[in-house]
Design a protein around this ligand. Sequence first.
Ligand SMILES: [Zn+2]
Length: 193
Amino acid sequence: MPSPIAHCSLVFGLLPPIERRIQPSLSNSQRRALIAALIGALLAPDLDILFGPLTGAPLMTYHNGPTHSLILAPLFGLLCAGLAWGGLRRGMAVCGVVGTLAYAGHVLLDAVCWGRGVLMFWPLSESRFGGPPYLFMGVRHSKGLFVVDHLLTLLNELAFVTAIWLAAWGLQRWQRRRESMDRQIEQAADITP
Ligand SMILES: [Zn+2]
């Protein structure tokens, strides 16, 4: 599986749509809480690592199990919409959609990591789905702490983070330019007799 570095990089793509809808009226602490919630949503499927200790089994016993299903993504989105209503009294739709995308994004990134794939359509299917293609080498927990594989994984994921950041930056730049052009057209239409 990719490390949290790769998963959290999706913040660059998912935060701007929320900010565009609700951020202007948020305080700094609310914005920090929003970013923390988004990171939590991006890592939510990996909460299955807790199932082992909770049942007396080793840490990774139930990791990459049923929580890694796309079918759970919209249900998680509904939970996010409910939390948005409870905490912010607004932004239900955008938080619901972004929560769904964050959960699904985690599942899809795990699927394109070298390994055994994910239970993408559980409970409808018990089959595992994944690459090729593979974007990530993944973290090899079983190999110990000091192996060169971890360095290669880090470089692999930093390259992914850079690509996501550049794509998000380019998209925002394009949107701002388009909004500016729209405003100029509206102003020109107002001036024209
Ligand atoms: Zn995962």
